[in-house]
Design a protein around this ligand. Structure first.
Ligand SMILES: [Zn+2]
Length: 113
């Protein structure tokens, strides 16, 4: 079965953002403590935990918005519909139902005439 390079790239991008998002999510507490420690004790910066937490939330929101705005490779509309209906584990496009990780691009489902 031939693979579509555009699709491969799109899924790889999506996978990268979701990995970053999960890492930020699960690494939240150890990551923030480590970063605070590094900044304060190693680099001797007067960074408060609050600033680090804020930066963390910012990074999380950034990665989340990048993922939420992922455009479907087939219909070019938001794969996850929008921020409110953002489901990172969604398996198909909110608009054309293109299955995530699809190896080739099936024609859009017929929606009547
Ligand atoms: Zn789509």
């Amino acid at each position: 079965m031939p693979t579509n390079p555009a699709l491969e790239t799109a899924w790889r991008n999506l996978n990268r953002w979701s990995t970053i998002l999960w890492l930020l999510c699960f690494g939240c507490f150890p990551g923030m403590f480590l970063l605070t420690y590094l900044l304060n004790d190693v680099l001797l910066q007067e960074a408060s935990f609050f600033v680090v937490a804020l930066a963390w939330v910012g990074a999380f929101a950034w990665a989340g918005s990048r993922m939420a705005s992922f455009a479907c490779p087939r219909c070019n509309r938001a794969f996850f519909e929008n921020w409110y209906f953002f489901k990172p584990l969604r398996r198909n496009c909110a608009h054309c139902s293109l299955t995530r990780w699809a190896k080739e691009m099936p024609p859009p489902a017929a929606t009547g005439s």
